[in-house]
Design a protein around this ligand. Sequence first.
Ligand SMILES: Cc1cc2nc3c(=O)[nH]c(=O)nc-3n(C[C@H](O)[C@H](O)[C@H](O)COP(=O)(O)O)c2cc1C
Length: 154
Amino acid sequence: MTKTIIIYESIYGNTKEVADAIAEGIRESGVIECTVAKTREVHHTDDLAGFDAIIFGSPNHNQEPSRNMLKFIERASIVHLDPKVGAAFDTYTGGNKGIAVKKLEQVVRQKMSCITFVIDSFSALVEDRKGPLSEGELNRAIEFGKQVAAKILA
Ligand SMILES: Cc1cc2nc3c(=O)[nH]c(=O)nc-3n(C[C@H](O)[C@H](O)[C@H](O)COP(=O)(O)O)c2cc1C
């Protein structure tokens, strides 16, 4: 079975909720296994070799991916990995839609050349710094997961 991992960072839990919803969408394909892990739960980045696709998710922190996500990418960059499909998402408040995730993709491209992004990034709006997610965002995340699955299987 095709294996995917969603690696996320989250302080208040909103990005985790989005990660879980994307996983739900991916699993609906019926033929892709999807693991969801916080950056610190990936102890050995060479374990990433076992996945066909990696999806990165981070909250927008001062218009950047979170520091822990950047540290994770640094850790992962030292491992040699075969080519993999990639996708990315962020959560944000207010007017910063997509800013952190674009930088996240940029850093991944620089540091993990094994990753090829196959789909436009996804951004989910949170109502306030601590959340909750705006209405409809989890359904959009599930849809994004389905689209990611289609790209992985293409
Ligand atoms: C230190 C910090 C800086 C933030 N800076 C921004 C920002 O520049 N733009 C923005 O849209 N949201 C910003 N936010 C709001 C976060 O995007 C929001 O807290 C996050 O999406 C919630 O995700 P989480 O529940 O997974 O932690 C910031 C939050 C924190 C904690």
